[in-house]
Design a binder for this molecule. Structure first.
Ligand code: UD1
Length: 420
């Protein structure tokens, strides 16, 4: 397990390019199961989760070749329809193979993902949706066994907006017989990216970018080449790094409207931002104003930015409250950030943060992906040296983060290999 050693207090200046979105790629890759042939997925980030998804799809007969930022995918020889626990336990998004396998091959056996670092994350909406499309589903010894001759279109009104369930059922419905109507569908940009790919493959989908998607099933699809959107969470994380550390940094290859809920709150906090169509320049203010946030589905403030916002608020001039309505228990980072000198009190699903004058370096432990990012941000600001342990979480979702931050002037070094 690697760790990062961060010497805090360095100003950040310069330009950094944002990678392709992890959560988009993890949907686009399994979508290739829907039609045999060759695909080119442009702007695919090199991440541990992408490797995990590749390994999972390889067990089914899919082959991959990476050429720079392009991932070439070949699905000619798909002959297995199972997602084993070994892969699913590493990454929940493995469940995305359920819809495409069921729709195209009439069968799928997918391990239940189990819990995660921030509590139970059920997959009932995925299962109920597939049942509504006519699949026969049994749960046998921790596995979802799904079968269907041909799925049939249906009206599915989600009681909770779910990114994963929307993506999964969408991938099933495109090959179902007849019309499917998804109500209260997730409209996160990563879902829109998936819809664009499916349309390019020949799917008939109306309502792109809205919460109602109407899908007219087709007999078959064909491969298509598609560009992965930029990672709005990496972008938001880099903006907070800029806001916390002083100096001016420019983030490039972004779609600013994908994270306007984050940039608007940053401006409320007194951070200066200059926008172009595909870049944002952030200049750190003298002091950060306290700003409350409450996470919500898109276009609200993303839960995936909640931990990083807490880091920013630890050095604000005053008290702020960060409430997570999507994952009530997603606060494992709080006691770790507190080890750096932050003053944070938990009340149910809210963190009350009383800004402090300074943070001080020490050893801290990553507990999950975004928690790790929050710890790196706090470490960049803290006086002295911080060791951030277990950064394998970070490698799941941030491409070469230490190189990107170093290029901006941060002192951050990866120490490889030992048991930290
Ligand atoms: C996706 C993202 C993750 C992000 C989350 C919320 C990917 C690979 N991951 O996760 O980074 O934090 O969206 O934006 O895209 N729920 C149910 N039953 C279900 C499914 C979900 O009750 O069957 C609940 C969840 O517990 C949660 C809410 O719905 O409270 C939203 O979760 P969901 O959007 O499904 O998250 P994921 O797709 O797993």
């Amino acid at each position: 397990m690697d760790k990062f050693v961060v010497k805090g207090g360095k100003k950040l200046n310069g330009t950094v390019s944002i990678s392709g979105a992890k959560n988009a790629t993890l949907a686009l890759m399994p979508a290739t199961l829907l039609a045999s042939g060759k695909y080119e997925l442009y702007n695919t980030p090199e991440l541990r989760d992408v490797v995990t998804m590749s390994k999972l799809l390889q067990t089914m007969g899919v082959t991959f070749e990476r050429k720079g930022k392009t991932l070439e995918v070949n699905t000619f020889r798909v002959n297995k329809f199972e997602a084993p626990y070994e892969h699913v336990k590493k990454m929940r998004a493995s469940i995305y193979v359920l819809g495409p396998l069921l729709a195209r091959y009439g069968q799928a056996k997918v391990s239940l993902p189990g819990g995660c670092a921030w509590g139970p994350r059920p997959v009932d909406l995925h299962i109920e949706g597939m049942k509504k499309l006519g699949a026969k589903i049994e749960l046998v010894r921790g596995y979802i066994h799904a079968k269907a001759k041909r799925l049939k279109g249906a009206r599915i009104a989600f009681n909770i907006s779910s990114v994963g369930a929307t993506g999964n059922i969408l991938m099933a419905a495109v090959l179902a017989k007849g019309m499917t109507r998804l109500e209260n569908a997730a409209m996160e940009p990563e879902i829109t990216n998936l819809v664009e790919m499916l349309i390019a493959m020949g799917a008939k989908i109306e309502g792109i970018g809205t919460t109602t998607l109407e899908i007219e099933g087709v007999e078959e699809l064909h491969p298509a080449n598609v560009e992965t959107i930029p990672d709005r969470i990496e972008a938001g994380t880099m903006l907070i790094a800029g806001a916390m550390c002083g100096g001016t940094i420019r983030i490039e290859n972004v779609i600013p409207e994908h994270f306007s809920s984050v940039t608007a709150r940053l401006e409320d906090a007194g951070v200066k931002l200059a926008f172009s169509k595909t870049s944002i320049e952030v200049t750190a203010p003298k002091s950060i104003k306290p700003v409350d946030i409450t996470t919500a589905v898109y276009p609200g403030f993303p839960t995936d930015m909640q931990a990083q916002w807490i880091s920013l608020m630890t050095i604000a001039k005053g008290t702020s409250t960060v409430t997570d309505t999507i994952y009530h228990d997603r606060f494992a980072h709080v006691p770790e950030i507190a080890r750096l000198g932050a003053n944070i009190e938990m009340k149910d699903n809210a963190a009350i943060i009383r800004g402090v004058k300074k943070l001080s370096g020490t050893k801290v432990m990553s507990t999950d992906l975004r928690a790790s990012a929050a710890l790196i941000l706090a470490a960049l600001k803290a006086e002295g040296e911080t060791e951030v342990l277990r950064v394998y979480h970070l490698d799941r979702g941030y491409e070469t983060i230490e190189k990107k931050l170093s290029s901006l002037g941060a002192s951050i070094t990866r120490v490889a290999g030992e048991e930290f």
